[in-house]
Design a protein around this ligand. Sequence first.
Ligand code: SF4
Length: 256
Amino acid sequence: MQPERKAGSNAHLKWVSEIPPLLLVDGAEFDKTIVTLYAYRHSYAQRHADAGTPPDVLRDLLGHEDIGTTQTYYRVTEKRLRSAVDKVVAFQLDRHGNRVWPEAKALLDHEHARMRVGAVTVPFGTCSEPSNVKAGGHACPFRFRCLGCGHFRTDPSYLPELRDYLHTLLRNKERIRAATELDSWAAVEAAPSDEEISRLRALIRLTERAVDELTDEDRAVLEDATSALRKVRQAVNLGMPGTAPPRSDPRLERNA
Ligand code: SF4
């Protein structure tokens, strides 16, 4: 530690040890040993995050280069998460790109839980098919053909996955077109369909348009909500194979 930092830290330690006991709301004494200089930065970040400060603004305030570093400074609290779900769900689309909820509405508790932890998150959206929900998203009866399924919903927080999937489909289509080892019937069956690609393109376009039409302020709110949800999904979905983007065709991927 640099000498001036060490001196500052020592002075702070002395000051904390000399102040009267810190009492919590319930009267219990707060552990003063965890009152460190560094903890102030976390409290500062947490308060800003709870107040809705967008992550990129917070990154600048904390002087970080990487927004990933900033995100380690605060937790996504229950209140913020609930508000994030309410904001994002207002933009939820079905497979045809129709808004599911014409207006933002408060969701039931179980709907909140489902949306945020992704218990029934499927590739690039959510699934409400009962048997798949029961199996935590691992038992789709339709081989994850979500873009053609009435149980599927998506929203702007899944835009990165939607775009990735489009690139995968286009790549696979090219690869199959160039493959000489496939019989024509096998190539037709293995190739992503034009309908699926068009549906996906339309869904991305409509989702992007919905975001573009927002005012700068509303867009910032939505981006913050999206970032909160993605952060929680990322943490919860680690190791959950059912949440990975689908393979456009399992046989093709095996051969790739
Ligand atoms: S295709 Fe997708 S949305 Fe439909 S049941 Fe299967 S996982 Fe759910």
